[in-house]
Design a protein around this ligand. Structure first.
Ligand code: SF4
Length: 308
């Protein structure tokens, strides 16, 4: 489904890829530097994250061929909710988050989602949304939890799909009748279209230069994603390792469960988030420019091939 962002919200800094030599030099430098900004933030302050996406699992009720997060191509799982809450608390001890997006897969497939909803006011994050495809009928306990959220900038975000129209209409009317704030989301381009980031059959292993250019221009690298204790630059990173057989190192992700204490932990976060070198997952990404229709469902034949 992709990040709950609009194109106008993002300032893209374009790099001028004038000379191959200059780019190669830059790449060598980026790879070498161990960012000497070991701790540019005073210890009593926090690193500011504008937008954080929190995954609660990889289960989904739809099988969207072009899912930006590659969800149909990975084993479905609901992550442990106590661990998710603990990971959030760890990250928030080092960082101030301005906006949090809770998502799956489809977040309401996680049977413990109510526990997270009951805690979100404690996170003290100014704006929180839950993105959903609206295909799961909410039980009374979940509705009660949603109604109890105090944050005035809390919102449900319903990704609008033709293939699930009837269920979505019912879902939306349940929210409205319970006075739960809900936005029908028209996606990043504001026109109902998705971005084609590529899937298992279309992505190729790009070389260093092309990948650095892509990453430098990428609008989605602001979508920091916390997935089962691991912090990535964007939403397709976690599943890319499985789909494309990638090995990650400390440039590609940060394990929040193994992070150091106090200044050491903050330093690890700063080092990871400020590193301008591309990530291994960017080699298998088409970027964020091409528009495609949303939520085209995988055929039965494709499902058989991917074994789900
Ligand atoms: S894989 Fe890299 S280039 Fe593609 S969306 Fe993620 S950060 Fe951007």
């Amino acid at each position: 489904m992709g990040p709950h962002l609009h194109r106008d919200d993002i300032q893209i800094k374009r790099v001028n890829s004038s000379s191959e030599v200059r780019m190669n030099r830059l790449l060598k430098l980026l790879k070498k530097i161990n960012l000497s900004i070991s701790n540019p933030i005073p210890q009593d302050q926090k690193y500011e994250i504008g937008f954080l996406v929190l995954w609660v699992g990889t289960k989904c009720t739809l099988r969207c061929r072009d899912c930006g997060n590659l969800i149909p191509y990975v084993a479905p799982a609901s992550f442990d909710m106590d661990q998710i809450i603990s990971d959030m608390n760890t990250l928030l001890s080092f960082c101030r988050v301005n906006k949090l997006q809770i998502q799956g897969g489809e977040p309401f497939t996680n049977p413990k989602i109510g526990k997270l909803i009951d805690r979100i006011d404690n996170f003290n994050i100014p704006e929180i949304v839950i993105t959903t495809n609206g295909t799961i009928r909410l039980n009374q306990q979940i509705i009660k939890s949603l109604k109890n959220v105090k944050n005035s900038n809390f919102q449900m975000v319903l990704s609008s799909y033709e293939c699930a129209r009837n269920k979505q209409d019912e879902f939306y009317s349940v929210l409205v009748s319970n006075h739960i704030n809900c936005l029908k989301y028209d996606f990043y381009q504001k026109d109902g279209s998705w971005v084609n980031q590529g899937g298992p059959e279309t992505c190729r292993n790009n070389d260093d230069q092309k990948t650095q250019e892509l990453y430098s221009q990428c609008a989605f690298k602001i979508c920091l994603s916390l997935v089962n204790g691991e912090l990535f630059r964007c939403g397709r990173a976690k599943v890319s390792s499985e789909v494309f057989g990638l090995q990650y190192d400390s440039n590609d992700y940060l394990n929040i469960r193994k992070i150091g204490d106090a200044a050491e932990g903050l330093s690890e976060i700063v080092k990871f988030l400020n590193n301008p070198h591309f990530k291994e997952y960017c080699r298998y990404c088409l970027g964020t420019e091409e528009k495609i229709p949303p939520a085209i469902q995988l055929s039965a034949a494709s499902k058989a091939v991917i074994g789900k």
